[in-house]
Design a protein. Structure first.
Length: 137
């Protein structure tokens, strides 16, 4: 990994990192932040904006840690709420599980064909919502 660019804004330095080993972003830069007086950074983010939001979240809620307040949760929630990240499969399932039309479909599938059919209905709805969302509708 190597830092190819840095920007200092207020109390933070943001880092653009390339030649990393993360396969989900192979060939793409990742971004991190550190206090201005340090070049040592922790987590890498998919975008500069995500690193910036995480820096602000850490400032107000404390550093993320196994027993901490979950800064990632605050930053992740904000980025999802403004549409800056794609929802996870679990989030799509959670959304689908609250939809009355989906509940009816799952109940019908369970009555007719059992658990496997209900899971297939959920998978189809999740896939449908993901594709529909990507198309910009």
């Amino acid at each position: 990994m190597k830092t190819t660019r840095t920007w200092t804004i207020g109390e933070w330095t943001f880092h653009q990192v390339e030649d990393h080993a993360f396969t989900h972003a192979q060939g793409e830069p990742l971004f991190a932040f550190s206090p201005t007086d340090s070049m040592k950074y922790g987590e890498l983010y998919d975008s500069l904006e995500y690193a910036m939001v995480s820096a602000v979240a850490e400032k107000y809620t404390g550093p993320r840690g196994a027993g901490g307040t979950g800064v990632g949760t605050a930053a992740d929630w904000f980025m999802r709420s403004i549409g800056a990240t794609e929802p996870t499969r679990e989030e799509l399932i959670e959304q689908a599980a609250k939809d009355p039309a989906v509940i009816a479909l799952v109940q019908d599938a369970r009555r007719d064909n059992g658990r496997i059919a209900a899971e297939l209905v959920i998978d189809a709805l999740v896939l449908g919502r993901r594709v529909y969302g990507e198309m910009g509708a």
